[in-house]
Ligand binder design. Structure first.
Ligand code: G2I
Length: 440
């Protein structure tokens, strides 16, 4: 209960069970998460726009104003006016800022597009250093590198002038950003890395895993999550979020918009983020449908008149029914699949080496020392080699049950692809097994 004084009259208002009424406030109550939006400097004079911005959101990403062509239009001449305006608007209202983006193949100024080799590498590093230094202390997260992987099944880097300076250009950018702003969280950001089984998702996952293993500074992964007709919300989205998080990075949904704004998909995205402790927030890519880069698809939470759409209500309700602030710090590993029946252990898959015809996987179990994990393989793929567990198979040959055999909590196996290069093993359950020698 709290006491609210209104022009001298005491009014008693019950606040104990009152749900938050804005996206940002509700997200903040869910473990200090944020709910943000892309902002265009040119719209900060539109009061209908800023009314919604200031009321609903507690995080802002400049939509275009921190891109390379905006901040360094001529080599070594930096231009921060529009970006500074957005940062000032946000920070004076307690909104956190995501910097977008320091190194990208797109929206390069003409002078940079014309460069290559060592000159381009040095110009890129200088840009990262100068811009991250200018915004030091004002930007919570930086999209250090944006969209560096190719679409499709190759799992390769995207060809670009930056990529042609050498495969290490990404880690070089991250190291330069860390030096320039040691307190900013440094993120890799991309689209089409939402579906866990996509080659692009797996390739980005392996890069982040490699960076963590080698001590390259990386703190977060941004999933843009532009869901169009051809790139729908995938049912394994939560697995993707939790798998990246299990590498020891935060994850954020950074540019969310969904064609025609179906409430179900918006609700699912929100619930998936809330289910993963290290999913620290969601940014939608614009406020009203009319502000969207895909305005013809009406993909946002507010209509052109600034009215709340059904998807807005779905997101706010999902946020409000999420678990409140966790009392314990988020775990560094999160379950790939919630264990059935109330939860006895969790198992997460780490992708291993991939060859032309086969790939390795390892599975780590937490929460039990005697366990039984069921793993589903997609036919015609077949497991050919196993280690560090006791393996048995059902009659289809596609479902294997792995029991602990005293060799630790990680087991592994090799899967022959047999022509299906996309599918990956799925954990269907993890059960803690009572040891016979130690009855309770
Ligand atoms: O393409 C959607 C997004 C994909 N991920 C990275 C984001 O940075 C990207 O944002 C969009 C902006 O929403 C658009 O506003 O990036 C586009 C350019 O790659 C932006 O479009 C540009 C137009 O190309 C320019 O002609 C225009 O002057 O927006 C500029 C400002 O309206």
């Amino acid at each position: 209960m709290s006491l609210l004084l209104v022009t001298g009259t005491a009014v008693v208002v019950s606040t104990s069970a009152q749900a938050a009424t804005t996206l940002g406030a509700s997200a903040a109550e869910r473990g200090g998460r944020f709910f943000g939006t892309a902002v265009a400097a040119g719209k900060l004079n539109d009061s209908a726009y800023t009314t919604i911005l200031n009321r609903e959101f507690n995080q802002v990403t400049p939509e275009n104003e921190m891109k390379i062509d905006a901040t360094e239009p001529n080599q070594n001449q930096f231009s921060y006016g529009n970006a500074d305006r957005i940062v000032q608007h946000a920070r004076s209202r307690g909104m956190q800022v995501r910097g977008h983006t320091l190194a990208w193949h797109s929206q390069q100024p003409g002078w940079m597009q014309a460069m290559s080799g060592t000159a381009l590498r040095n110009a890129m590093l200088n840009h990262v250093t100068q811009v991250a230094t200018h915004f030091r202390g004002q930007v919570t997260w930086w999209d250090v590198v944006n969209e560096a992987f190719a679409d499709g099944s190759s799992g390769a880097r995207r060809d670009s002038n930056l990529q042609r300076t050498g495969n290490d250009w990404i880690e070089a950018a991250f190291r330069a950003a860390r030096t320039a702003d040691p307190n900013a969280k440094l993120c890799y950001n991309d689209y089409n890395i939402d579906n866990w089984t996509d080659a692009k998702t797996q390739a980005v996952y392996r890069m982040v895993q490699d960076f963590k293993n080698r001590g390259v500074p990386i703190d977060c992964v941004g999933l843009q999550s532009h869901f169009t007709g051809g790139s729908n919300y995938p049912s394994n989205y939560r697995t993707t979020l939790s798998s990246f998080a299990a590498l020891g990075v935060d994850v954020q949904i950074t540019e969310l918009d969904i064609r025609n704004a179906p409430s179900d998909a918006y609700r699912n995205v929100t619930n998936d983020c809330l289910a993963v402790a290290r999913c620290t927030g969601i940014t939608v890519w614009g406020i009203r449908d009319s502000d969207s880069w895909r305005s013809g698809e009406n993909p946002l939470l507010f209509n052109g008149g600034g009215g709340k759409k059904a998807a807005y209500d779905a997101v706010l309700a999902a946020l409000n029914s999420g678990a409140p602030n966790p009392t314990t710090p988020p775990p560094t590993t999160t379950p790939t699949t919630p264990p059935p029946g109330g939860g006895s252990c969790t198992a997460s898959v780490t992708p291993g080496t991939v060859w032309g015809d086969r790939y390795n996987s390892s599975v780590t179990v937490s929460g039990a020392s005697n366990w039984s994990v069921v793993v589903a393989i997609t036919a015609p793929q077949r497991v050919s080699t196993t280690w560090s567990g006791s393996f048995s198979w059902d009659s289809s040959g596609s479902v294997m049950t792995v029991r602990s055999n005293g060799s630790g909590n990680t087991f592994g196996f090799t899967t022959m692809m047999n022509g299906n290069t996309g599918a990956r093993p799925r954990i269907t359950s993890c059960t803690s097994v009572q040891s016979i020698s130690s009855p309770r």
